[in-house]
Design a protein around this ligand. Structure first.
Ligand code: NDP
Ligand code: 8X3
Length: 253
C-alpha cells in the first residue's frame, strides 16, 4: 500500500517539484495552496503520470480556523500522513527596517511562522497516533545569516530553524524525524512574489549565475526522506555552486 505525504505550497516551485518526486517514488499526495485550479491540474498530472491518489486542499495557511477544520475533516484514508513537507512560504519586500511595510511583515510572519505552526499542530498528532513520521521544514540560507534589508524574512526563517529544533526534541519519543532543508537561491516564483510582480527586478536576482532549480531541492528532500529508519538528517544547507553565502555570488558579466 502506498504511504501518504502532505506538501504545503505545492502549486509552484519547490513544493510542486517535491510533490512530483514523492509521487514518482510511490507516495499518495495531499497537495495544498491557495490556487485551486493549479492544485486540480497537479492532481490530474500526477495521477496520470504516476498512478497515485492526490487530494488537493485549497486554503490559506494564515487562516487558523480553516486550516484546523480542513485537516480535522480529512477523509479517514488520508489521516495517516507519513511525511509532511512544510514548504508554503514567501518573502515580501526587501527594505531597511525603518522603511519596511508592516503589512509585508505580517504576511511573512503569518505565513512562514504561524502557518507552519498551524499545519504542524494538526498533523503531528496524526503522526503520533500512527506511530511515527517525518516532518521536513523548508528553511533557507536566510535562517543561517541575516543580510541587508532581509530583516523580517530572515527572522521568520531563523524562527523556522528554532521550531525545527524544538519539534525534533518534543517529537523524538514519538518516532517522528524532523529535518530542516535550507536552500540558497532557487529559481522559482519566489523573487517575483518578493518584488510584487516586478519580473525584471526578480530576473536580476539570478542574472549571470546558475541558481538551484526547484528539482535540486526536491532531490535533497527525497534524499532525506529515503534514508534508512535509523538515520535522520537534522539540517541540510544546499547552495548553488555560484553562491558562497547569502550575499557573495560569482556572476558572469
Ligand atoms: P514559490 O512562490 O514558487 O512557491 C511558494 C508556495 O507557497 C506556493 O505554492 C504558494 O501557493 C504557497 N503559499 C504562499 N503563501 C501561502 C499561503 N498564505 N497559504 C497557502 N499557501 C501559500 O516559491 P518557492 O518554491 O521558492 O518557495 C517555497 C519555500 O522555499 C518557501 O518557504 C521559501 O521561503 C523557501 N525558500 C525559497 C528559496 C528561493 O530562493 N526560491 C530559497 C530558500 C527557501 P499559493 O500561491 O497557491 O497559495
Ligand atoms: C530565499 C533565499 O537568499 O533570498 O530564502 O534569502 S534568500
Amino acid at each position: 500500500m502506498k504511504k501518504n505525504a502532505m506538501v504545503t505550497g505545492s502549486t509552484s516551485g519547490i513544493g510542486k517539484a517535491t510533490a512530483e518526486i514523492l509521487a514518482q517514488n510511490g507516495y499518495n499526495l495531499i497537495v495544498t495552496g491557495r490556487r485551486k485550479e493549479l492544485l486540480e491540474s497537479l492532481k490530474e498530472e500526477l495521477g496520470i503520470k504516476y498512478k497515485c491518489d492526490v487530494l488537493p486542499l485549497h486554503f490559506d495557511i494564515r487562516n487558523r480556523e480553516r486550516t484546523e477544520a480542513i485537516i480535522n475533516e480529512l477523509p479517514q484514508q488520508w489521516k495517516k500522513i507519513s511525511v509532511l513537507v512544510n514548504n508554503a512560504g514567501l518573502a515580501v519586500g526587501l527594505d531597511p527596517i525603518h522603511e519596511g511595510s508592516t503589512d509585508d511583515w505580517e504576511r511573512m510572519i503569518d505565513t512562514n511562522v504561524k502557518g507552519l505552526l498551524y499545519i504542524t499542530r494538526q498533523v503531528a498528532p496524526l503522526m503520533i497516533t500512527a506511530g511515527g513520521g517525518h516532518i521536513i521544514n523548508i528553511s533557507s540560507i536566510a535562517a543561517k545569516e541575516v543580510y541587508e534589508n532581509g530583516n523580517v524574512y530572515c527572522a521568520t526563517k531563523h524562527a523556522v530553524d528554532a521550531l525545527t529544533e524544538g519539534m525534533r526534541i518534543d517529537l523524538l519519543k514519538h518516532h517522528i524525524k524532523v529535518t530542516s532543508i535550507a536552500p540558497g537561491m532557487v529559481d522559482t516564483a519566489f523573487s517575483t512574489v518578493r518584488f510584487k510582480g516586478d519580473e525584471a527586478r526578480a530576473a536580476k536576482v539570478y542574472e549571470g549565475l546558475v541558481p538551484l532549480h526547484a528539482t535540486d531541492v526536491a532531490d535533497a528532500i527525497w534524499y532525506v526522506i529515503s534514508r534508512p529508519a535509523h538515520v535522520n538528517i537534522n539540517d541540510m544547507l544546499i547552495m548553488p555552486a555560484a553562491q558562497a553565502n547569502a550575499t557573495i555570488t560569482l556572476r558572469k558579466s
